[in-house]
Design a protein around this ligand. Sequence first.
Ligand code: DO4
Ligand code: MG
Length: 291
Amino acid sequence: MKLAKVRFADGTVRVAVVDTDANEARVLDLMQIENCHSLADVLHSSDPAGLANFLIDPNVTPLELSSVSCVAPINRQEVWAAGVTYKRSQTARMEESESAATHYDHVYSAARPELFFKGMANRVSGPHEPVRVRADSQWSVPEPEFTLAINPDKKIVGYTIGNDMSARDIEGENPLYLPQAKVYRQSCGLGPVVLLANEPLVLEKTHITLTIRRDGRDVFQDDTSLDQLNRTLEELVDWLGRDNDFPNGAFLLTGTGIVPPDEFTLEDGDHVSIEVTGIGTLENPVVKGNR
Ligand code: DO4
Ligand code: MG
């Protein structure tokens, strides 16, 4: 089952079950349950699929998917990201950062993963909202990442698509600049839906495809699959949860396995599309900041 936050023409946002096979979204009536106000409340319940089925509003006609616009599926969760979890990312980091190459080499194989705080809802762009290249970066890329929705008990309850926008020149200049390379206005894409984690995930069949379009044509495309991830999803969540509490839950981007060639940088007006098997496609235009 897929859950989403959908926006209506009058601007109101409601939680819905998205059924791609039936091509419809069914709105939930959250008011039926005390203390259930948001998508996060459904995701963090003991049985998200059962609760969502129970809450489907019989008085609202199912909406055709083409008439529905999804917004970022986030409420008050923190967003975190893992790094250097794929071989491709390790190689790219070592190339961009001569002085810190050995750190990236070591973190790829160390027991402790790289984990960093990416932001909260205010830095997150939903489907079709702009993601940003910093004005002071001349070398920036999207990072298409399989993303976990984690409940306050630190259990994986769902999956979505994340874009860890990154300034490779700032990160490469000095690893201590990582927060500036990674955390800024509109630096994270999330959405369009959360696929509930109650169905088994087949890693080798879960493909992540990144397509970048410029002036209407593809300028970059590549794909990877989840079996290329060098760590288990549970391992990443376990490290994130050590001596940490997430009373409002968290999203965890699990790292990129796709890095465009070194000569590529995003430009203002580019279009980023990230498709993940079983979840859907996250589409965002790119804007370049003016500080
Ligand atoms: O260490 C830099 C960040 C790496 C990252 O974000 C990734 O591998 O996805
Ligand atoms: Mg990343």
